[in-house]
Every structure is written in structure tokens, then in C-alpha cells.
Ligand binder design. Structure first.
Ligand SMILES: Nc1ncnc2c1ncn2[C@@H]1O[C@H](COP(=O)(O)OP(=O)(O)OP(=O)(O)O)[C@@H](O)[C@H]1O
Ligand SMILES: [Mg+2]
Length: 469
């Protein structure tokens, strides 16, 4: 509420208001009585991966591809003064960031008339994550390879490599975008190894401040720092089992150095203690970016990377293994049929087409959320259809939504795709010239052997075709 004593001019007030709206951490969208978009703040644009342009000269019905005005809470608010509250939605931004919001929509009055309608999306992502992680801990039954759904050769290959890794206690580095199933793989490796009877402990390295995480990993003694108590670290707690360090590239460099020492010496010292304790723990790690880029950007220590990547599993994003979409969809429909007591049998051809052409920044997790959300909107139906999709998703998977102006030209590709193509050609070329000698090809390319091997895996290149005779 702006105080009536404020001496601001109208322009200053407008500036103040605009910057505030742009800055807040809640998504805001406002339409006027003509149903034109008048406020669409930064947070909301990020959540929905849309811009003002997507709405230019378009009503909400068109931009979001609503079939029926009843689908839009904003239209219900502007036309009939209806208020809607507390609707939970999960979105994936174009960067693959998961955002869970509680949305409400309400009319805005001036002198008793409705002049606008607003939609506000409160970000509850952090809370949602905590709840999910706690639930997972309580459920306590670990995944096995049979829980990993998918028929694509790409996925089958990762499963094969992961199964092989169950026979040893070597470290495994699992690389994949968010929601590709890194945790699923880590748990499967543990539960099918002979450590299965031991503990499986997982710790996200990004979730906590540096000072805390050090104590959590290595343990503390009373008085090590203010408030410190005598406590075993995760290395001790995982004795005889497996420790999963999630998002290792988020660990501060100093801690990465310390972790490396601990792994090399197979001994840990609690913070503030002098006594060294040996441990028998298998260490699995995950990261969601190219390790070579992480090393170049200083987010990952090279020596630690070599130590952790004895076995590397690269899980391709869902868009690169579209054969998995159908079986995953069937699995999630069956899951929510049971939970919701429904009888969905299949999905429409149009919906399937959208699933196959979408780029899935949130990968399998996003697919599951979309199916759960869509099933919430069915009423005694047997088929999931496009109009059951949440509006932002419907927009993103529509022709105009998915393709930017550049990509609408069939031959044009975006920069990352182009760079990847060039990169693959160079790697192929170098391998060919070196007759499949990885060491030599790496040298010619001016990169390390590990880095070349990572790229060969990424592009599914085998050295054999490059061997002469
Ligand atoms: N191939 C699959 N088959 C069945 N379920 C899958 C598959 N891949 C992922 N999932 C499901 O998708 C969700 C996300 O998987 P998971 O938590 O393993 O992803 P992640 O790679 O660890 O993601 P993040 O980087 O965000 O932590 C989970 O509910 C998981 O069960
Ligand atoms: Mg994970």
C-alpha cells in the first residue's frame, strides 16, 4: 500500500511500481477488461518460458490454446468476478529448472467495477523439494534396475554399463540433466551390488552452506565450532554401504580438495578431531553438466574428477531417446490410475505427437508431472487429450510455442545444436586420423584423454570403426 503522504510524482510512482513488480519472487500476470495482457513480470515469464510477444495481439484463449473460457481462471475472474485459490502446479522452465507454484486468480476493482484480473504464482519449489526428499527417506525402499523404464538403445546401454558396475566398488560418476534418473541409477547400482544389505545414504551438495556440509560429510566433535556436537559424518554412517554425493560440481573447491584427500587415504577425520577413522564406503556422484565445462569454469577440480569418474554413466536427455516416451507414459498412467482410482487407457494421437516433439527440459520428471496434472483434469474419460494439458505446456508444445522464429525455418538450428554437430565431426575426424588411437586423437585435439572419452560416449562414437585393418 503506497502511503497517501508520499510525495512521489505519477511518473515516479509508475517507475517504483514497475520495478517492484519486476523484482518480486512471485509470478504476476494481469489482464485488463479487454483481456489484453498488461503485466507479465519476470518471474512469471521465467516460470512459463514465455515472453510478452507470445501474447501480442492475442487473447489468452489463443496464446494458451484454451478450448473453453472455463479453462482460464483469469477469464473467469475478469468476466464473472470469480476468485480461484491454491492451485498447485509444477512447471519446468526452458532451462530445465523445476518450479512448483501455488496459483491464485482474482478480479481487481476500482469504484466497484472490475478493471482487471490478476494471477499470482507463489514459488514453493524449495518446500516441495524438501517434502519430496523426506517422503523418499521414509519410504525407504530403494529402486532396482527393473524400475528403470525405457526401450531405447541409448537407455539400455546405460543400464548395461551400470549393471556391470555393480560387481565392483569403484566410484561411479553419473551425468545427466535434471530428471533423467540419476538417483534411480545410483539406487539401482547399490541395491544390486553386494553392498545392498549396507546403508545407502544420499546427500545433495548444493542444498547446504559450505560450513555445514563439511561437518555433515566428515563428522564433528564437540566444540569444533559453536554449537557443534559429537557426531559421525556420512562417510562413517555409510559404512559397508554406498554414499551418493549429488551435484558434486556445487561443492566448494576447498571442500573438493578435502574430499579428494579423504578418498585417496580412505580415512576421515571428524572436524576438530585428531583421530583418523578408516571407512569402507562406495562413493557415487552425480552432476548435471558436462564435466569438461565444469572443470573449465572452475566448478570441478580436475584431480577430483579423475578420482570419481573411474566409471562414467551418461544418461541422455529424454528428447534424445524418444522411444522411451511411450513406455514411460504407459507406466505413469498406470501409476496414477491406481492412485486416483481412474481408468485412463491411452492418449490421443495428437497428444502423443506433442510428447514426441517437445524438448522436455525437465526430462522424465516433467513427463510424470504432466501426466499427473492432465489426469487431474479428466472426468470419466478413457483417453488423455491435448486439452487436458496445463495451459503453459499446451502453449510450449504447440507449433508456434516450441519453435522460435529462427527454428521455424526447417533448416535452421539453434547454436548449441550446431556446435554439437561441429564438435562431433571434429572428434570423428581426429579419431579417424589417429586410426582410433584415443591418446593420440586427444593430443591432436588439445584435450585430455578423459575429455575425449567423455565426448565419444556423448556422441555414441566407438573407436573400432576408426581402426584400420
Ligand atoms: N527411466 C525411468 N523409468 C522410470 N522412472 C524414471 C526414469 N527416469 C526417471 N524416472 C523418475 O523421474 C523422477 C526423476 O528421477 P531422478 O530423481 O532419479 O532424477 P535426477 O536425475 O536425480 O534429477 P535431479 O538432477 O533433478 O536430481 C523420479 O520420480 C524417477 O523415479
Ligand atoms: Mg537427483
Amino acid at each position: 500500500m503506497i502511503h497517501s503522504r508520499s510525495a512521489f510524482t505519477k511518473t515516479q510512482l509508475t517507475d517504483l511500481f514497475n520495478q517492484l513488480v519486476e523484482h518480486v519472487d512471485q509470478g504476476i500476470r494481469v489482464i485488463d477488461a479487454q483481456e489484453q495482457l498488461i503485466i507479465y513480470n519476470e518471474k512469471m515469464r521465467a516460470i512459463e518460458s514465455m515472453s510478452y510477444d507470445d501474447f501480442t495481439n492475442k487473447g489468452l484463449m489463443e496464446a494458451f490454446q484454451f478450448n473453453d473460457e472455463r479453462d482460464s481462471r483469469l477469464l473467469q475472474a475478469i468476466k464473472y468476478g470469480k476468485q480461484s485459490l491454491n492451485e498447485k502446479q509444477t512447471y519446468f522452465t526452458y532451462l530445465g529448472e523445476e518450479v512448483t507454484t501455488i496459483n491464485e486468480a482474482f478480479p481487481i476493482y476500482s469504484h466497484g467495477n472490475i478493471i482487471a484480473a490478476a494471477e499470482v504464482a507463489k514459488d514453493i519449489t524449495r518446500m516441495e523439494k524438501l517434502v519430496r526428499e523426506n517422503r523418499k527417506k521414509k519410504e525407504n525402499s530403494l529402486f532396482t534396475f527393473s524400475d528403470i523404464i525405457g526401450n531405447s538403445n541409448e537407455l539400455r546401454e546405460v543400464i548395461e554399463n551400470a549393471s556391470r558396475a555393480t560387481r565392483t566398488s569403484s566410484p561411479v560418476l553419473i551425468i545427466g540433466e535434471t530428471g533423467t534418473g540419476k538417483e534411480l541409477f545410483a539406487q539401482s547400482i547399490h541395491s544390486e551390488s553386494d553392498r545392498a544389505t549396507g546403508p545407502f545414504i544420499s546427500q545433495n551438495c548444493a542444498a547446504l552452506p559450505e560450513t555445514l556440509i563439511e561437518g555433515i560429510l566428515f563428522g564433528t566433535v564437540k566444540g569444533a565450532f559453536t554449537g557443534a556436537t559429537e557426531r559421525a559424518g556420512l562417510f562413517e554412517e555409510a559404512e559397508g554401504g554406498t554414499l551418493l554425493l549429488d551435484e558434486i560440481n556445487s561443492l566448494a573447491p576447498a571442500l573438493q580438495a578435502k574430499l579428494l584427500r579423504v578418498l585417496q587415504e580412505k580415512k576421515v577425520t571428524r572436524l576438530g578431531d585428531t583421530k583418523e577413522r578408516s571407512f569402507n564406503v562406495r562413493v557415487l556422484t552425480t552432476m548435471n553438466e558436462d564435466p569438461v565445462e565444469a572443470i573449465a569454469a572452475g566448478r570441478l577440480r580436475k584431480d577430483l574428477y579423475y578420482r570419481l569418474s573411474v566409471v562414467t554413466l551418461l544418461i541422455p536427455p529424454l528428447r534424445e531417446r524418444i522411444h522411451d516416451i511411450e513406455p514411460l507414459t504407459a507406466t505413469f498412467i498406470a501409476k496414477y490410475n491406481t492412485i486416483f482410482q481412474m481408468n485412463i487407457e491411452n492418449i490421443s494421437v495428437q497428444l502423443e505427437r506433442r510428447f514426441l516433439s517437445y524438448n522436455w527440459p525437465g526430462n522424465v520428471r516433467e513427463l510424470e508431472h504432466i501426466i499427473e496434472g492432465a489426469m487431474n483434469l479428466t472426468i470419466d474419460e478413457q483417453m488423455l487429450q491435448v486439452h487436458h494439458l496445463p495451459p503453459h505446456f499446451r502453449h510450449k508444445t504447440s507449433k508456434k510455442g516450441t519453435l522460435s522464429a529462427l527454428a521455424q525455418n526447417e533448416n535452421a538450428v539453434d547454436l548449441p545444436t550446431h556446435l554439437a554437430t561441429v564438435e562431433k565431426e571434429w572428434v570423428q575426424q581426429a579419431l579417424k586420423q589417429a586410426n582410433g588411437n584415443v591418446m593420440k586423437a586427444a593430443k591432436d585435439l588439445g584435450i585430455s584423454r578423459q575429455s575425449l572419452q567423455y565426448r565419444m560416449q556423448k556422441f555414441h562414437l566407438n573407436r573400432d570403426p576408426f581402426l584400420n585393418g
